[in-house]
Design a protein around this ligand. Structure first.
Ligand code: ADP
Length: 278
């Protein structure tokens, strides 16, 4: 396969052991393989502790990979050096669950958004224009540039974090539970924003969530993780309509819905499925 028809991101048989040199090392990822195509949104779902963030971090170079290979645009980035990672930052970005934790509280929104650009050599005028364009795209007024992160709601802060991730026009964004801290209505508007930005920019997402319901609207494909392994992969609609693996069924039942009657029915069904998955 040549670089031109290779998927944008390809992880093959990735193993991550935490504390690998100690006696009590823990295998957080066990031979995980996943691909994300250009312009594609791939959901990664699973309960807390199943290894989703670890896979995201391995792709971002934030945890060392024990074995396996991660390729981006055909290039092996599994053990990219610090300089290679800095260069990759213009192509691979991240949005975390807690936008407040990831936005420097001492910087104005204008500086937060301009910094990735000026740090990579853009002039001030060019950066200002790009920041204004990004604010438009995430539907925030230009007047926010002089304000600080603490002055905004959770949903607005997540818009700022998304704008910062997109400002260098990356090709892939790892979204790590980006709507989990938001109320259901705000979740819906931020999901719509992710969809719109993907349509307009062609960016790819690896979209991590513990909630199968959250990814169904946004993701083309969904991979279900359980105890460090991918147990099922399929089209978003298909997995949410007809999950095959017992664990996927449980996840679907656990996904919150706004209607209390439906939520109660799901909870009943979920309790029946509660026995451990083998
Ligand atoms: P998820 O994102 O699905 O909640 P994580 O990838 O955060 O799961 O964690 C997967 C497993 O690895 C969990 O059992 C967690 O306790 C463990 N883990 C995560 N980070 C570390 C670490 N730095 N050291 C040791 N174990 C870790």
């Amino acid at each position: 396969m040549t670089a031109s028809n290779a998927p944008l991101l390809s992880a093959r048989d990735v193993v991550v052991d935490y504390g690998a040199r100690k006696k009590n090392s823990f295998r957080a990822l066990n031979e995980v393989s996943i691909e994300v195509g250009a312009g594609e949104c791939v959901g990664l779902v699973g309960e807390s502790g199943s290894g989703k963030s670890t896979l995201g971090k391995a792709i971002l170079g934030l945890v060392p990979v024990t074995s396996g290979t991660i390729r981006f645009d055909g290039e092996d980035i599994t053990r990219a050096t610090g300089a290679q990672r800095r260069a990759l930052a213009s192509s691979i970005q991240v949005v975390f669950q807690d936008p407040y934790g990831s936005l420097n509280p001492a910087m104005t929104i204008g500086d937060i958004l301009a910094e990735p650009l000026t740090a990579s050599g853009a002039g001030r005028k060019e950066a200002r224009a790009a920041v204004a364009d990004m604010l438009d795209r995430v539907r925030l007024p230009k007047t926010v540039v002089g304000r600080y992160p603490s002055e905004f709601s959770g949903g607005q802060r997540q818009r700022i974090a998304i704008a910062r991730a997109l400002v260098r026009r990356p090709r892939l964004i790892v979204c790590d539970e980006p709507v989990s801290a938001l109320d259901l209505t705000t979740q819906a508007t931020i999901m719509d924003l992710f969809i719109e930005l993907q349509r307009d920019t062609g960016v790819s997402y690896l979209f991590v969530s513990h909630d199968l319901g959250v990814v169904r609207r946004i993701c083309h494909r969904v991979a279900v993780m359980y105890r460090g392994e991918i147990v099922e992969t399929g089209e978003g609609e298909q997995i949410t309509r007809d999950p095959q693996h017992p664990y996927s069924k449980r996840l679907l039942m656990a996904s919150p819905v706004a209607d209390p009657a439906r939520q109660a029915a799901r909870r009943e069904a979920w309790l029946k499925l509660r026995e451990p998955v083998h």
